[in-house]
Design a binder for this molecule. Sequence first.
Ligand code: TNX
Length: 522
Amino acid sequence: MNFNKVFHRSIFLLFLISFIYQLSCTTEEMSEFTTDYLIPVPQLLVATGEYFDIDSRTSIFVAEGNEELAQIGALLSGDMEKISGLKIENVTGKKVRRSNVIVLSIDKDSQIGEEGYTLDIGKRRILITASEFSGIYYGTQTLKQLFFFDAKHSDEKGISWKIATGIVNDHPEFSYRGTMLDVSRHFFTVKDVKSYIDYIALYKMNVLHLHLSDDQGWRIEIKSWPKLTEIGGSTEVGGGEGGFYTQEEYSEIVKYAAERYITIIPEIDMPGHTNAALASYPELNCSGKSPELYTGTRVGFSTFCTSSEITYQFIDDVVRELAALTPGPYIHIGGDESHVTAKEDYIPFINRVQDIVISHGKRVVGWDEITHADMKSESVAQYWASSENALKAVAHGAKIIMSPAKRCYLDMQYNESSPLGLNWSGYIELDSAYSWDPLTLVEGITKDDILGIESPLWAETIQTIDDIEYLAFPRIIGHSEIGWSPVELRDWESYKIRLGRHGKLMDFLEIDYYKSPLVDWE
Ligand code: TNX
């Protein structure tokens, strides 16, 4: 039986249950279980009119021997404690108790779709089921949002939190829901990156692309070429001291992200955007001489020597070490704005680098300029400005990540008085960041061609986690909804009200977001 049929049948059944329920309790006060608080808005939600009480005796149950579920349970109880102060016990065993329990359970027969989940909040127990762990994790994110926005009640028995009962059936529209952080123009610590991961996980995003090298800094330790970080990592835009991740630190980020079902995609930008590497090793320059380190913000002036063999040995070493640190399927090779690489050199260079990446068992992602080369159908193009290039990707049979600079670039100013950001692609207010559809953006590109969406945050103008928060939030929340929710459910008027409520959540998390005048913040 196909997924759509099952899904539609389950929609029908849910409506039926809800209808019968509402008939049966017209005299009692109904609880309010609605999508009014949820971002991204779920595919389907049905209220059943009662309450589940969470108190100090509530526990989270996973079946014995299931380490990964237990880990999701531990994250859930930690977050619920932060929200409520209640210590919710994690329990494993063979038999689940009858009431006051939150159950996390894999159901291999669930037809809810990849990364999908069912969250069934009953009067006695909450049940999250999914066919994959990621789905369970997303179910817990929805539960957390509902929990956060629900009211606290206390009586003589102590404090309890009431969650309205109902059922959510949900799955994402796109399998790739990402953001990029540029750690090259300014360096951000492991702690900063982990904070950013925490925030995006709450909105069911599943990719963090790290822009690890550029003209201003090389940020990942490569053991076979140690000067990359020693020299190339020693500064940043404005002349600050820069920094880099040791392989151990980087692995710590990868693991932290994986526990939140986020894949890290490392990017080594080439053949342009390479001044930091060129400054570290003279042999990578056609002149055989190293340029000075660069701390300005111009782009497009550097290039690897594409005609020399040592360049490819170097790239092979870098990709080999990076692939070993990367459990995810992709290595991003950049390829953008190589203005000083001749086109006849650029194309064979990209082709060769693509082969290197494949030889290390990974797939290529590159900015849309790489579509000029002989892209393989398994490679992915990241659209940022050129529709023509995006259509070339389709001609190669390759998929596209949508990152239109006019809508997705988190480093653009909100308006002319924004204290941070650039404006070369325009000002991006919240409505402009939210109100667009990846499916109609480029004529000739359809859903099958699109892997998903990604919001890049370039770091020329930002230096601290507060700066990251200010430019990313709340625009990225809107992008998370574009990646997850179907276009029929997306609407600025409804989104804006829900976002206003999430102001309270961002305040709670101490996210320094931009308080746009377009939204009534709660
Ligand atoms: C363009 S978009 C770039 C980056 C800059 C960014 C600033 C793209 C692939 N390259 O090098 O940091 O603009 O907004």
